[in-house]
Design a protein around this ligand. Sequence first.
Ligand code: GUN
Length: 298
Amino acid sequence: MSWNNLIDGRAIAERIHAETAQRIAALETRGLKPGLAFVRVGEDPASKVYVGMKERLCARLGIASVMHVLPETTTQAELLALIEKLNADPQLHGILVQAPLPRHIRAATVFSTVRPEKDVDGFHPINVGKLMLGDASGFAPCTPAGVHELLIRSQVAIQGAEVVVLGRSNIVGKPMIALLLQKAPHANATVTLCHSQTRDLATHCRRADILIAALGVAEFVKADMVKPGGVVIDVGVNRVNDPDAKGGYRLVGDVDFARVQPVAGRITPNPGGVGPMTLALLMRNTVRAAEMAAGQRA
Ligand code: GUN
């Protein structure tokens, strides 16, 4: 049986790219080109793939990108020195330090060294604070902002909805609830954030008009945890061993898609749901950083 309840993240991301490309063209007429620096430390295989995708997308849209790959043994001081150099470079409007970082480097220190105006990831405490305050002049992290945009552009009713977010990460879960509970259009949701210590987690999930899974556990969300007709957003990317697959593993989300799809009203495929939206929001944030640097759209 086939179902027609997919939320097509690729198609929606393409529409955002088209808007972003127009803004890039407008900057170009003023002799400006957005610039984004990538910093990757070590050889985490997933990070290599993600940063490579981001780099290719920059090239496609007309964003100048520079890539800095540092060895796993890089000291925190060396990494901070590089960030300061990138902070001072007027050609660069965005700086992205790919997480995860090696254990000997304190990610919080690194993220708070990136100038807030160039923090297109939205990880700097100033941008985190602005998000909590509902101050739109900051940058929101790309994945939760991408999920928000996905819901809006899919005409999912957010106002007054019961939203349950699984996972309390700084990158997804925490900013996700901040975006959805704002007293603002396309927000005003009632949010619940569940985590590893939550009692009766399935009971919370079953109440959700919108269930957002971002806990990093393969196929955690089962059909009996989903409210019939509810919207299910799968943020997870997990490697599971599969001797039949190329490389010996395959990627699965946090949602048991095959069993949940028949219960859900709408659901994101994975891949092809949240992932492309994260990239689209990164490009849009970068262009906004360039516009802000040029004294427009402050
Ligand atoms: N690692 C996983 N997601 C992200 C992200 O959105 N930005 C960065 N910099 N690292 C990540």
